[in-house]
Design a protein around this ligand. Structure first.
Ligand SMILES: NC(=O)c1cc2c(N)ncc(C(N)=O)c2s1
Length: 317
């Protein structure tokens, strides 16, 4: 009997996790919500009837029970740096020119959207999500594992049993932000000024059940110690994270000239209203990881990357 229940649980978990990956990571659902909800309810019932058969990678583990009375601290062995920023294409051209002189050759840059959220780090051990934290001051962050587990775009289990730390941005989609503020207005609560503040406020909740209701999402954009996985470029790092089942923004583009970089800036400066999430610029990274290592970092920022910030929106007249 037990073996049969375990088998039924594992079948449900596998389907639910696949559907979750399709909907929240790939943005390509293959089943209607009610199909997911029915299977989830069936799993909850089985876990209630056979609690000691509950599986570690069950999606019901996402919503924790305990309310924390504070966040534990996490040491970032590799500091979470911020980014230098420029505010014009001329300054950006100066940056790439100087870097080319420093390295002694022209470089290819991976252009990526700068997501307006808050930086997070996720640690997986043999493919299992074991720890997640905020950037904090770059050296010490807050352990928000319980809250990150509630975010369906963060897989609890990777497609390969790798031990890896990845970093990215947690954000609140624009439509979730509008709905949240409407609800808060109804309840006479103060509204959030922007999706970034809403994401920060939602992620740093001591009660993960509140985080679970906030429809947060993530984009991952760094693999730490990439050489461990035979990764040699940033473009490859993004592809590898996708292959592991992690959510990566698909708007990245490998540019090999200043004209291509400028075109990317113009494209997303114009298209940013259509995006489902807020961006405040673009991030340029030297694509070759050996070059990144050679050029290194200052105390605060990488020398091989720069953020180009869009000018603030002209107020609608
Ligand atoms: N502080 C940082 O290093 C970064 C911050 C961000 C951000 N807000 N959005 C996207 C990226 C990216 N694609 O690399 C980075 S990198």
């Amino acid at each position: 009997m037990e073996a049969q229940v375990r088998q039924e649980m594992q079948a449900l978990i596998s389907k639910l996790n696949t559907w979750s990956q399709e909907y929240y990571v790939n943005d390509q659902p293959t089943v209607e919500d009610y199909v997911y909800d029915e299977a989830y309810a069936k799993l909850l019932k089985l876990e209630a009837d056979y609690p000691d058969l509950k599986q570690a990678d069950s999606p019901t583990n996402r919503v924790g029970g305990k309310v924390l009375d504070g966040f534990a601290k996490v040491d970032h062995e590799i500091p979470m740096l911020s980014l230098g920023d420029v505010f014009s294409k001329a300054e950006l051209a100066e940056f790439t020119q100087k870097l080319a002189e420093n390295v002694g050759q022209d470089l290819a840059y991976n252009c990526e959207l700068k997501i307006d959220g808050l930086a997070i780090s996720l640690t997986y051990e043999k493919g299992k999500f074991i720890k997640g934290s905020t950037r904090g001051n770059g050296l010490i962050g807050e352990d928000i594992t319980e809250n990150l587990k509630t975010i369906k775009a963060i897989p609890l289990t990777l497609k390969e049993p790798v031990s890896v730390e990845v970093r990215g941005e947690c954000y609140m989609p624009k439509d979730s932000f509008v709905k949240l503020n409407q609800a808060r207005e109804q309840e006479g609560l103060p509204v959030f000024a922007n999706p970034r503040n809403a994401a920060a406020g939602s992620l740093r909740q001591l009660d993960s059940k509140i985080t679970a209701q906030r429809n947060l999402s993530v984009f991952l954009y760094y693999v730490m110690e990439p050489e461990k996985f035979g990764i040699t470029t940033q473009a490859q790092a993004l592809k590898q994270m996708q292959a592991w089942g992690l959510k990566v923004d698909e708007h990245a583009h490998l540019a090999t000239s200043q004209a291509e970089i400028d075109a990317y800036i113009d494209q997303y400066h114009d298209q940013r209203q259509e995006l489902a999430y807020e961006i405040d610029g673009i991030v340029l990274k030297a694509n070759d990881l050996t070059t990144q290592k050679i050029v290194g970092n200052t105390v605060k920022v990488p020398r091989w990357a720069i953020a180009y910030k869009f000018p603030p929106d002209e107020e609608e007249t």
